[in-house]
Write a protein that binds this ligand. Structure first.
Ligand SMILES: [Zn+2]
Length: 391
């Protein structure tokens, strides 16, 4: 159980959009840290402020720039996940285009205003920047449990995320629409989502700080000798409690308000569950695990669209196979497999006829990053995020 809390009252925290900027003496990479895109997750904001303060006070040789932004200011003030809409589900490309074409006054709800302002802050930061830019999106969870990282499955994102030493979850970003991480990835930048632990746990702030420092090293703003990098890695590794280094989403339990979904008590992130074990209740009755797996992000708060996920380990062997397949660009010939064709020539989407395609086809598609599933006219469509040249 969490004994201390980050925010002592129900009021939440009051911050500016730009939490701060740290500029190095030399030109270099740009790291953009975003905290509090969910207003009941103040730990990321506090951690960014702490790191900025330490950078200001130290004389560390810093290359490039760290820009720290706060996400949903109104919800942070209210101490709630969001006011009207989840700000981390609004970043669909067509919606962002519409937002850009409109004036600020058009945005009617609190979150539309927030998105307008946050988008402007991100674009202002990117304007004129030449070279790599890395996004770190900082979150916490309603349940207790180990920290973890989320990425769209590209090799560059994997490299960045694995250096944190926490479990890396594949297949979540591809199956949740409209996240800011997806939007950033589609712009062609590297992006990691980092979940530090429980919302109000002081340890979550420490884990976020470790992730920020290690990302500054991985991006080239600092060197590992400048900071106690090994200590930060050890801290996160210890917090990860010996969990597998890479896991993939096997099942998502999407919910609506009318479902009256209630998670059974006592689960935490990465609790082992057996096939048939009751996990939650809704209007239809008990919801049970479909297979032996690890329970992931069980929902213990009122707001949210995901009841829980089930995840399983991806063995290191398959990760190597995946990297090798990508190196040789075998994705270009995936549509040669029986029962597989490209969706209107789109190299990032495949149509699979499950009557023809054999059982290995889907795992191969996953290895190559095609992790998003949709069904149309009895056909399975698998797609991946837009790929950069270094995938
Ligand atoms: Zn969050």
């Amino acid at each position: 159980m969490v004994k201390q809390v980050i925010v002592q009252n129900e009021e939440g925290i009051c911050v500016e959009r730009e939490l701060g900027v740290h500029r190095g003496t030399k030109h270099g990479p740009l790291v953009i840290g975003i905290g509090g895109i969910h207003g009941n997750e103040p730990a990321g904001v506090v951690a960014l402020q702490n790191v900025l303060r330490q950078l200001r006070q130290s004389q560390l040789p810093f290359q490039g720039k760290l820009v720290a932004l706060a996400g949903n200011l109104r919800a942070l003030r209210a101490g709630s996940r969001y006011l009207h809409h989840d700000l981390n589900r609004l970043w669909l490309p067509e919606r962002v285009q519409l937002l850009k074409a409109q004036s600020r006054n058009f945005a009617s709800t609190g979150e539309e205003q927030e998105q307008y302002e946050l988008l402007a802050a991100i674009e202002n930061t990117l304007i004129g920047h030449v070279g790599p830019a890395i996004f770190l999106d900082l979150h916490t969870t309603s349940s207790d449990g180990a920290p973890f990282a989320l990425i769209s499955d590209t090799l560059t994102n994997r490299r960045l995320a694995l250096q944190l030493g926490v479990p890396l979850i594949l297949g979540l970003e591809e199956n949740v629409e409209g996240t800011i991480l997806n939007y950033i990835n589609d712009l062609g930048y590297e992006a990691i989502g980092f979940e530090a632990g429980q919302h109000q746990a002081p340890q979550s702030v420490k884990n976020h700080e470790a992730a920020i420092w290690l990302t500054l090293v991985a991006s080239g703003c600092l060197t590992a000798h400048d900071i106690p990098a090994a200590q930060y890695q050890e801290q996160l590794r210890a917090a990860a409690q010996g969990l597998p280094s890479v896991l993939e989403v096997r099942y998502r339990h999407a919910i609506q308000d009318t479902d009256q979904f209630v998670m059974r008590p006592g689960f935490s992130n990465f609790s082992s569950v057996e096939r048939g074990q009751p996990l939650a209740l809704d209007q239809q009755g008990a919801i049970c695990a479909q297979e032996r797996s690890l329970l992931f992000m069980p929902l213990y708060q009122k707001q949210g669209e995901d009841g829980f996920f089930l995840v399983r380990e991806v063995k290191p062997f398959w990760l190597s196979v995946s990297a090798w397949l990508r190196h040789w660009q075998t994705d270009r010939i995936l549509h040669w497999l029986p029962g597989v064709r490209r969706l209107f020539g789109n190299r990032n989407a495949l149509v699979i006829d499950r009557h023809i395609a054999r059982w290995l086809v889907l795992p191969i598609c996953h290895l190559l990053g095609f992790r998003k599933h949709t069904q149309t006219d009895g056909m399975l469509i698998v797609s991946r995020r837009r790929q950069s040249r270094s995938n």
